[in-house]
Design a protein around this ligand. Structure first.
Ligand code: 1PR
Length: 545
C-alpha cells in the first residue's frame, strides 16, 4: 500500500484517522523526528485540543522549520482541525503563540451568547460549485471546535489563490476547508465524517485536486446550510451473568428481566450493533460501561477492544463512558482519570463521558467557593484533549415539592407533565451517582454549570424517570438545563417513536438527541427516525454510502 506520513505530536484519537487512511488504501508511517519530515512525500498534521498547546508541542520538538520547508517545496500536506488552524498566523485561543503562518489571518471564537459553543456536529463545507478534493456542497461533515477561521478572510484568501469551503453556524459563517495546489486543510474531521469524509481523504491522498467529480455545481441547489439535527445511538454495555460483554438496556436503570430468573437483558454484541447503527445513519455512537463503578476500570479491557474494533468500520464519532476517574489498580498502582481517558482515546474514542466523578467534583467545587484547582478529571482531560473531548453524563431524577420555597434547589413548575404523586406542582432534578443507586444533594443546574466552568464540552442529559419508558424525552428537564449553560446538550432517555425526536428538537433547544431501547429492540431504525425528521422539515445528515 502507498505510504502517507503522519505527525503525531499530541496523543488524540489518531487511531480513527489511521483506520480511515487504511480504509482508502494507504498505510501510515509515523514521523518521529524533524528529519523524518524531509523524507515524507504526503504529510498529514492532525490535531485536537488547544491551539497554544499544539503549537508549543510542535515548536518544542523542533518540527516547525521542517513543516514550513515541506510546505514551501509544494509537497502534499493536509491539516485537520487544529492541524488546519496551525497553518494560520495565530488564534485568539492563545494570542501569545504564533502559528506556522503559511496562511494569512488569525482565528477567532464563535459567539457563545447566541448559540452553543463548541460547534459540534455535522455541517457543510460548501465550495460554491468548485470541484475541490471531493468536497460536495450537499454533503455534511463532522466538526468539533470553538475557534474558527473568520468568514471575513474569504476575499483575501481567495485573492491569494486559495479555494474555500464555507459553512454557517446559526448567525455566523466560517471557513470549513481551504485548499491550494497540494495543500488541503479541513476544520472538520474527514475520518469522522462517514463516506463523505473518506472521499475527501482519498482525493487528497490520490492527489486528486479537482476530483473525484462530485457534481459540485449541480449539488449546490441541494445545499441546506447549518448544523443538522444529531441523532445518536447509545449502547449500555456490561457483562452478563454468563460473563459475556453484552449490550443491555434498563427500565429506569434496572437492566434485569422481570421474568426468566431476572437475567441481565442481552440485546446483542456491542461492535456489531455499533456498525449496524453506523450503517443506518447514526451521527454518533456512545458506549456506556454501566457497571464500571464496581469493577476496577483497568480490568475492563474489553471496552478498549470494543473501541478498537468499532473504529475499524465506524467512521463517526465514538464516545465512551463509565469508570473515568482516578482509580487504584489491582496491584495498588494509582492510575489517574487522565491516563484512563488516554487509553480510551488511543483505542479510538473521540470523547470520554464522565458520570459519578463529575458529581463529586461539582460538590467539591461548591464546597470550595467555586475554586478551580485544576485537579479534577474534567479539568485535566479537557486541558490535554480540549473541552470537546469531555462529556458529562448526568443521571437525574425528579424530586417533587409543594413550592420553590420548600427546596434550596433550582426548581421548575411542572406545567407540562402535571403534578407529582402527592399533587406537588414543583420539582427539582436531583443528581445521582453509581448508575442511579445513590442520590446526592445537588441539582442538575448546579451540576451542569459547575461542569461547564470546569471545562466540560457537552452534557449527556439522561433522565432516570424516563429511561426505558418509551414515553418521550423529559422536555422540562432539558429546557431547564439548556437555559443554564452554553455548551451543547444531548437529550437522552424515553425515546420510543420517531415523533419523540421531532418533539425534543422543536420543544427544546437541545443540540442532539439519543435513543437506545427503541433501536436495540428493532422497533425503529435510526434511518426511520432521521427520515421522519426530514419529512417534518428538520435538517438531518443524509447517509452516504
Ligand atoms: O459513573 O462515570 O462510571 O459512568 C457510568 C455511566 O453509565 C453513566 O453515564 C450512567 O448514565 C450509565 N449507567 C449506569 N447505570 C446505568 C443503568 O442503566 N443501570 N445507564 C447506566 C444509563 C442511560 C442512557 C440510556 C438512555 C436512553 N443509561 O444511556 O441509553 O436512557 O434509553 P432509552 O432510549 O431506551 O430510554 P460513571
Amino acid at each position: 500500500m502507498p505510504i502517507v506520513h503522519m505527525l503525531d505530536y499530541v496523543a488524540g484519537n489518531v487511531r480513527s484517522l489511521v483506520n480511515a487512511i487504511e480504509k482508502v488504501g494507504y498505510t501510515v508511517e509515523w514521523i518521529s523526528s524533524p528529519d523524518d519530515v524531509a523524507k515524507a512525500d504526503k504529510l498529514i498534521l492532525p490535531g485536537v485540543g488547544h491551539f497554544g498547546h499544539c503549537m508549543a508541542q510542535l515548536a518544542s520538538a523542533n518540527y516547525l522549520p521542517a513543516v514550513r520547508k515541506h510546505l514551501e517545496l509544494g509537497k502534499p500536506f493536509m491539516g485537520i482541525c487544529v492541524g488546519m488552524q496551525a497553518l494560520f498566523e495565530g488564534s485568539i485561543e492563545a494570542p501569545e503563540v504564533p502559528g506556522i503562518g503559511y496562511i494569512k489571518g488569525k482565528l477567532d471564537r464563535f459567539d457563545a451568547s447566541t448559540k452553543s459553543v463548541p460547534h459540534i456536529g455535522w455541517n457543510s463545507a460548501n465550495t460554491a460549485g468548485q470541484e475541490v478534493y471531493g468536497l460536495r456542497p450537499s454533503s455534511k461533515y463532522y466538526y468539533v471546535h470553538s475557534y474558527k477561521i473568520p468568514y471575513g478572510l474569504k476575499e483575501e484568501l481567495e485573492s491569494q489563490g486559495w479555494s474555500l469551503a464555507t459553512a454557517r453556524y446559526e448567525d455566523e459563517e466560517f471557513v470549513g476547508a481551504v485548499a491550494k495546489g497540494n495543500v488541503l486543510a479541513t476544520q472538520f474531521h474527514p475520518e469522522k465524517s462517514g463516506a463523505a469524509g473518506l472521499r475527501v481523504l482519498k482525493a487528497f491522498l490520490d492527489g486528486n485536486i479537482n476530483g473525484p467529480q462530485t457534481g459540485a455545481s449541480a449539488a449546490l441547489e441541494y445545499v441546506q446550510e447549518g448544523l443538522t439535527r444529531r441523532v445518536i445511538a447509545c449502547l449500555d454495555v456490561r457483562t452478563n451473568d454468563q460473563g459475556d460483554l453484552v449490550v443491555t438496556k434498563g427500565d429506569q436503570y434496572d437492566v434485569r428481566e422481570k421474568t426468566s430468573g431476572g437475567n441481565v437483558r442481552n440485546l446483542g454484541k456491542p461492535v456489531e450493533m455499533a456498525r449496524k447503527y453506523y450503517e443506518q445513519g447514526a451521527d454518533e455512537i456512545t458506549f456506556l460501561n454501566i457497571t464500571s463503578f464496581r469493577d476496577c476500570p483497568l480490568a475492563d479491557l474489553p471496552m478498549l477492544e470494543i473501541l478498537r474494533k468499532t473504529s475499524e468500520t465506524v467512521f463517526v464519532p465514538l464516545t465512551i463512558g463509565g469508570g473515568i476517574r482516578d482509580t487504584t489498580d489491582t496491584d495498588g498502582t494509582m492510575v489517574s482519570a487522565l491516563e484512563i481517558a488516554k487509553m480510551y482515546f488511543k483505542s479510538g474514542a473521540d470523547k470520554v463521558s464522565i458520570g459519578s466523578d463529575a458529581v463529586i467534583a461539582a460538590e467539591e467545587y461548591y464546597a470550595t467557593s467555586k475554586k478551580l484547582l485544576g485537579t479534577t478529571a474534567i479539568e485535566q482531560i479537557s486541558k490535554a484533549y480540549g473541552n470537546q473531548a469531555v462529556v458529562v453524563s448526568i443521571d437525574p431524577k425528579r424530586v417533587y415539592v409543594e413550592s420553590p420555597k420548600h427546596t434550596k434547589h433550582n426548581s421548575i413548575l411542572t406545567n407540562y407533565t402535571g403534578p407529582g404523586p402527592n399533587y406537588d406542582r414543583y420539582c427539582w432534578f436531583a443528581c445521582t451517582i453509581k448508575g442511579g443507586r445513590e442520590t446526592r444533594d445537588i441539582d442538575v443546574v448546579e451540576l451542569a454549570t459547575a461542569c461547564e466552568a470546569m471545562g466540560a464540552g457537552e452534557i449527556l442529559l439522561n433522565c432516570i424517570d424516563r429511561d426505558g419508558t418509551n414515553k418521550g424525552f423529559d422536555v422540562e428537564l432539558i429546557n431547564q438545563v439548556k437555559s443554564a449553560i452554553s455548551i451543547p446538550v444531548i437529550a437522552s432517555s424515553g425515546a420510543g417513536v420517531p415523533v419523540h425526536f421531532f418533539k425534543v428538537f422543536t420543544e427544546t433547544k437541545t443540540d442532539a438527541a439519543l435513543g437506545a431501547g427503541m433501536f436495540h429492540r428493532g422497533e425503529y431504525t435510526v434511518k426511520q427516525v432521521k427520515d421522519f425528521l426530514d419529512e417534518q422539515g428538520l435538517m438531518i445528515r443524509q447517509f452516504e454510502s
